[in-house]
Design a protein around this ligand. Sequence first.
Ligand code: SAH
Length: 351
Amino acid sequence: MARAILSLTHDEIEAWCLENGEKRFRADQVRRWLFENRAESFDAMLDLSKVFREKLKESFTLFSAEVVAHQVATDLTEKLLLKMPGGDTVECVLMREPDRRTICISTQVGCAMGCVFCASGMLGLKRNLSRDEILEQILRLDRLLDADERLTNIVVMGIGEPLQNLPILLPVLDEVTDPKGLGLSPRRITISTVGLPEKIRELAAVGKPYNLAVSLHAATDQLRNELVPINDKIGVDAILEATDEYFATSGRRVTFEYVLLGGLNDQPDHAHQLASLLKSRNAHVNLIPMNRVEALEFDEPSASRTSEFVSILEERGIAATVRKRKGADIDAACGQLRLKEDEHRTSNIQH
Ligand code: SAH
C-alpha cells in the first residue's frame, strides 16, 4: 500500500531517492514542491522526470485524508474536517487577520484531559496523531491561502493535549521551522497545554523559543480541580514552577489562558486571585469568553463581567487581552465540528 510521503523525514526521502536510482538532490526538489510550491499532486512536480513521478505515485500518497467538511466564515476563517483512512476525524482552522495568517492544528484524536467545558474531550482520547497527519493539516491549510499570502503563525491549540504527543510534534515543528520546510520562526509558534509540568520541562530542554500557553482557567486548586479534573494530580503550584523554569530557560513570556465561564470563574474575586498568583511573574493572560457547546450547560460570560475582569488584572499590573472570536458563524471552536460529525454518524447508525 502507498505510504504517506509526509511520514518520511528529509533523510528518508533522500535514501528512497538513492534506492530508486535518483540523485540525492531530488529529495530537495520533492520537498520544495510539498512545502514551498504547494503542489496538489506528484504530477504537478514538473522538474522531476515522468518516470520518477510515476515511481513516487506508486509508492506514496501526497495527502491521505479526505476533506469531509470545509467551512468558510464571513470573517474568512476556514475550517477543515479531515477524515483519515481509518475513519478517525480531525479538525484544523485557518484564521485571517490584516497582518497575520494563523493556523490552529490538532495533535490527537480526541483528548484525555476531560476539561468540563470542552467539546474535544467529550468522547475521550482515541490516539495520538502521526507525523504525516499533523503535517497534512498544516499543508492543506497553507494551500487554502492565495498565491501571494504566507502563513505567519501556528497555534497548537486544536484537539488534543500537544505535550502528550511531543515525540511526534517536535519533529513536525522542526520541519515547519526548517528554511527548506516552511521556514517559520519558532517565535511564531505557540503550543497550548493543560499544564503538564514534566512535559513543560522537556519542551524547555529542546531549547527552541516556542511560545508556551498554559490553560489555567482558575487560580485556586479547589476551582481548577472542578474545571480541569486532571489538576487533581498536578496542582497550580507545580504548573507555575514549571512555567517559571520555561521562562528562565527560553526567555519567552508565558501566556496563561483563562476561559471565562459565566458565573463560575468570572467574578471580581477570581480576577484578584489570578492577579495575586501572577503578580511577580512576567506573564500574559489571554481571556477566552466561553464558546457555547451544545449539550454542555456552561454559559458565556456577560460583556460587563469580561471587561471588569480585564480591568482588575490591568489595574494590578497584569497584561491581559480578550481573545477575539473568529469564525463565529461556523463551528470554529475546537472539537465542535468533529463532535457533530460523530453524533451525525452515530444517529445514522441508529436509524
Ligand atoms: N489541550 C490543550 C490545547 C487544546 S484546547 C490545552 O488545554 O491548552 C485550546 C484552548 O481552548 C484551551 O485553553 C482550552 O481550555 C480552550 N477551550 C476548550 N473548550 C473551550 C470552550 N468551549 N470555550 C472556550 N475555550 C475553550
